[in-house]
Ligand binder design. Sequence first.
Ligand code: PRT
Ligand code: MG
Length: 214
Amino acid sequence: MNGITLALSKGRIFEETLPLLAAAGITPTDNPESSRKLIIGTNRPDVRLVIVRATDTPTYVQYGAADMGIAGKDVLIEHGGAGLYQPLDLNIAKCRLCVAVPKEFDYAAAVKRGARIRVATKYVKAAKEHFAAKGMHVDLIKLYGSMELAPLVGLADAIVDLVSTGSTLKANNLVEVEDIMPISSRLVVNQASLKLKRELIQPVLDAFAGAIRP
Ligand code: PRT
Ligand code: MG
């Protein structure tokens, strides 16, 4: 492809990226929510979008299947960031990574007595670093979704998950006990693409940078 390919996941990242694309003069020709197309054209013949699973975005960009992509910091931490430039925090799809437990579980007491707790999470790397920094020994259980269920059925004592409004935790009788880090989405760029296609990529980068909202 002579032009540039941008990898996006549908849902909140796609929605919140539309104003940034508009600032760069880019309008998608289809909506991934209603279309089943995985390659979406734009008003610009030299720019196309590929619709991928959120966790796969860094992989497409790392291998150059997409020149650029937009991915959550959570996803980038788990991926590791190899082969990627991360020039911009776009300040979209914001939430926080936190530790949550059932209301009746005394987390502070468990930490204090050095109990070995079981933690279910999709974010194994971030969780491992968090508990290691606190000097806590935990058994991490890798899940791929619906972490909130794990403590309710005895799979884990705690979860490490993303929270935005807090209503999912609340609906499942869980409470946040530790804030690990704020999360937002980043623009990622393939390192070779940035060198080889700079004249196409740089204006998009500049337009995105100018359109970031605080
Ligand atoms: O949904 P799917 O399994 O396909 O993949 P995904 O969950 O990785 O993708 P998507 O599109 O849901 O999320 C993409 C990115 O959005 C994530 O990588 C985050 O960086 C960011 N983001 C922002 C969130 C949230 N807010 C969020 N609230 N990702 C997930 N959630 C989930 C959270 O895991 C929990 O289950 O929403 C639930 C909590 O929401 P509240 O509002 O009830 O607190
Ligand atoms: Mg999701």
